[in-house]
Design a protein around this ligand. Structure first.
Ligand code: TA6
Length: 290
């Protein structure tokens, strides 16, 4: 763990030459570079890298609430807390030939004031050639049941968002945050981008392709245990209203999240929920991610 610029972080590397950086603050991945040292994630040029501000970019963990779907602060508090290295991660299949870190966030006295449920939120992040895997787990360590919403907010770096296509969400229903969360059905055969978008796609498939034509690269998102997927780009006007978002950043970023939004996860005492997200990059010169 090194804390060169004050924020302790874990750097994952693997023999193929890719790497990832995970901050203990927020349990947030803030960099994922491929074997050609290209940065695959967006981090704002104006990101504020100090508590209590959430860092704009990378992969923030939204827990116990996604966005303002509830009474807590926007996206819950997990992304604004210092996590710990989990010295005894409860059993998971061994992470073979992967560079792995296990993090944990437990409810604090402070948190219990705003969300009176005791929990253990674990996150295993594993790096292997061309792939970054997340296994989030939430255990109810309280004496009563509780429910939560959750998201891995993936800020992807793209060459030009107006040249990006997202495949896998066609024909699905979505809640449109720009239309008072009304429910619509996606009619297009792929999602393309020419303006602000902020949608929660419901009951999405386990595989979503984000195709970046210019970079000839497809980013494949595979997920389990997280039925919804949020697609967000603030576009020019909203971007200007967000202080830690560069005015032109909207052109080179896109959020496609793995999420639990429509139907919160309910846990009885000592039950544990587990999700899984695999991000992998495929150069689309020989396939469009089929
Ligand atoms: O995509 C859901 C959303 O709440 C958007 O409406 C926008 O606010 C985005 O998340 C960013 O939230 P943040 O708190 O990270 O600025």
């Amino acid at each position: 763990v090194n804390d060169a610029d004050g924020l302790p972080r874990v750097i994952l590397t693997e023999p193929g030459g890719s790497s990832a950086e995970v901050l203990l603050y927020g349990g947030q991945v803030v960099s994922w570079k491929n074997d050609r040292r290209e940065e695959l994630l967006y981090v704002s040029s104006k990101a504020v890298q100090k508590p209590p501000k959430a860092i704009r970019g990378g992969i923030p963990i939204c827990f116990p609430q996604f966005a303002n779907f509830g009474s807590l602060e926007q996206h819950g508090f997990a992304r604004n807390r210092m996590w710990l290295l989990d010295s005894c991660p409860s059993p998971l299949p061994p992470a073979r030939n992967q560079s792995t870190v296990d993090l944990i966030l437990k409810s604090s006295e402070e948190d219990l004031k705003s969300w009176p449920r005791s929990f253990e939120l674990r996150l295993r992040i594993s790096l292997s050639p061309g792939k970054l895997t997340f296994i989030p787990r939430v255990r109810n360590t309280d004496s009563k049941a509780f429910s939560f919403t959750f998201a891995l907010r993936n800020y992807f770096s793209v060459s030009d968002v107006s040249e990006v296509r997202v495949e896998g969400l066609e024909t699905l229903d979505y809640l449109d945050n720009l239309m008072q969360r009304e429910r619509f059905t996606e009619q297009a055969d792929a999602i393309t981008f020419d303006g602000e978008i902020d949608r929660v796609y419901l009951s999405t498939p386990t595989k979503i392709n984000i195709i970046d034509h210019q970079k000839k690269r497809t980013l494949v998102l595979r997920k389990e245990g997280m039925p919804d997927s949020v697609v967000w780009n603030p576009w020019d006007k909203k971007a200007k209203d967000i202080p830690d978002f560069g005015d032109d950043d909207y052109k080179t970023m896109l959020c496609v999240d793995s999420a639990v939004v429509e139907t919160p996860i309910g846990l009885k005492p000592f039950e544990e929920w587990r999700g899984r997200q695999e991000l992998s990059t495929v150069s689309s010169s020989y396939c469009s991610g089929h």
